[in-house]
Design a protein around this ligand. Structure first.
Ligand code: GTP
Ligand code: MG
Length: 195
């Protein structure tokens, strides 16, 4: 079950996407939500670069898993200190990525911070992924920071703003710190790449 992780490459422009047909599992969501930590947690590694300073990664980072498929770590969005030009570049890179990776993308994991309501950009991304017909799941992350009552409220926020998600199917609770949800997400990722 997912053992080996190797940094493969950082992509800044679409022409540099890896060639070939390896399956891809994509991590996306706002800056600092825990995308890189998610990868590290699933692989029990420290290979994916994490940071407490948001908005650092501007590249699409490819990690090769078991010499078989890629975890694709997308740059986070929504970081206030980023200029409009940079934001536009981000949007273009992401749009080009989803348009050109078509059939290779087996699963898109959209991480949302459980401590806050989904932002307008979260809702935009959710709509965008649905419109693109991407196989996707919402991961409510950092639940180690919340009390049970707060987790329940956070789940309600998701149901209200992203209706139709089903727990255990396309909606999961997660914590990279406690490992909550890890087993379930390993299963989801494994199943997605088998098909
Ligand atoms: N408490 C808690 N902290 C987390 C969790 N996941 C990530 N963090 C922390 O959140 C911060 C950001 O984590 P990253 O994994 O770097 O976030 P990212 O989404 O990759 O951020 P960008 O690359 O800037 O888009 C780090 O300080 C992590 O330690 C979690 O589940 N619980
Ligand atoms: Mg990151």
């Amino acid at each position: 079950m997912m053992k080996l992780i190797e940094f493969h490459k950082a992509v800044y422009k679409i022409a540099d996407l890896p060639k070939g047909n390896r399956a891809e599992v994509v991590l996306c969501g706002r800056s600092n939500v825990g995308k890189s930590s998610f990868i590290n947690c699933l692989l029990s590694s420290k290979t994916a670069k994490t940071s407490s300073q948001p908005g650092k990664t501007r590249s699409i980072n490819y990690y090769l898993i078991d010499n078989k498929f890629f975890f694709v770590d997308l740059p986070g969005f929504g970081y206030a200190k980023v200029s409009k030009t940079e934001r536009d570049n981000w949007q273009k890179l992401i749009d080009d990525y989803f348009n050109s990776s078509g059939g290779r993308i087996k699963l898109v994991l959209h991480l949302v911070d459980s401590r806050h309501e989904p932002t307008p950009l979260d809702l935009m991304l959710h709509e965008y992924l649905k419109q693109m017909g991407m196989p996707c799941a919402v991961i409510l992350n950092k639940i180690d920071k919340l009390k049970q009552s707060e987790i329940a409220a956070s789940k309600r926020n998701i149901s209200a703003t992203m209706p139709g998600l089903e727990a255990g199917k396309d909606f999961f609770l997660f914590s990279a710190v406690s490992g909550f949800g890890k087993k379930e997400l390993l299963k989801l990722v494994n199943n997605s790449i088998i098909e």
